[in-house]
Design a protein around this ligand. Sequence first.
Ligand code: FAD
Length: 411
Amino acid sequence: MTRVDCALTVNSNLCDKFSVTRFPMLFWGPPKKFIGGGWDPKQEKSEIIPIENGQTADILLGWINKQLGRSYGFDDGKHEKEHLQANTSDSGQIAKAIYDIEEATFTAFGIILDHKMITPATRASLIKFLQLLVAHHPSKRCRKGSAEILVNFDDLCPSQTMSVNNEKAESCSKKGALGNYHICGKEVPRGYWMYCRGSKNDTRGFSCGLWVLLHSLSVRVEDGESNMAFRSTCDFIHNFFICEECRQHFYGMCSSISSPFKKARDFALWLWSAHNKVNERLAKEEASLETGDPEFPKAIWPPKKLCSSCYLKTSKENGKIEWDENEVFKFLVSYYGKGLVTLQKEMEQQSGSQTEKIVAEEVVGSTHAVVVPVGAALAIAVASCAFGALAYIWRSRQKNRKYKYNSLKNI
Ligand SMILES: Cc1cc2nc3c(=O)[nH]c(=O)nc-3n(C[C@H](O)[C@H](O)[C@H](O)COP(=O)(O)OP(=O)(O)OC[C@H]3O[C@@H](n4cnc5c(N)ncnc54)[C@H](O)[C@@H]3O)c2cc1C
């Protein structure tokens, strides 16, 4: 839910677009229709509907229940709070984060296009990160969407024209063909967060989803890819994360690594430790400035409740933790690996509905293994002249794989 104060001048244009004439004025519709959208009383068909008689909570809830075909009561709010609090200590909650990873992927890509961040200097790092997503994104539809963008990247955002011709550079922004691509399929964005939902409108969300995406990638790469994954992650954050302070800090941590990673374990543990350093710093800042989410205070992670075997010793003097890094790595692999993709089973058990099964399969896929050959993706980055041929090979392989996958499912 979003609330807009039409008494503020800064919101005048927005309120005019929605023909707001009274207070309160309530609208109902799919979240994405509100982005850049509007409402006009003369418009005959619109997915945004004004709620005419929502003056009391009872009437409003009745109206919402009718729209959803549900029978929510006011007590259901209690469960939402339980969900929020369970979040940090219940290992099952991570399964919901698959939605947030998709949302974060879409948002990150949207920001890059909105802010015209693809330049001759940053283009290669986006391609490298797309390669990582194609191979290891935990959501099947994001792997597919990233692969489509990657395969067509040289046509959509040609490197030769970028530096000399500003008009052509527009093609690498939202206005160009790239803006028509849905990196995680048409279902995304949904306009809300699940695992990363804050207790306030302006907390958590995207940055939480981005961390979860990075951790989930770090536990999926092979030893031989670990240094490439490390570099791609560092460069991606450095070039495309919108928060200046975060970029600087994160790049500082990246630059402190002098010898290349040889093991996926080392990269996953490095990212975990870097995230904890951010948590430690923000815990102090948020406590003094009260800028954090009160339901999710920053803390060293994982808490003992999630992984007691990760803890060897905690110093009584300064609270410093001695970790069992083998256990931490095992925990990361299970939490961000299998834990993250258990949704399919969970949804099947809960609903038993065929439609939801199909949706779940779309989200997770049968395994998190490489769907698109990494070799093809790598080649795409360097061999733009062989682009058409590679795209053809890639598409044919995809078809074969799809065929194989469907045949296997039928066994
Ligand atoms: C790369 C990066 C750098 C950032 N740097 C800054 C910064 O310098 N200053 C700033 O103000 N904000 C920074 N942010 C944002 C900040 O870290 C949080 O994302 C934001 O405050 C929201 O916090 P959150 O409570 O949702 O938890 P987040 O810190 O976003 O964590 C998301 C989830 O990850 C899990 N998690 C927590 N710690 C770890 C860990 N160590 N290893 C694995 N999983 C973990 C938890 O389940 C948590 O719910 C950064 C974000 C990113 C992605």
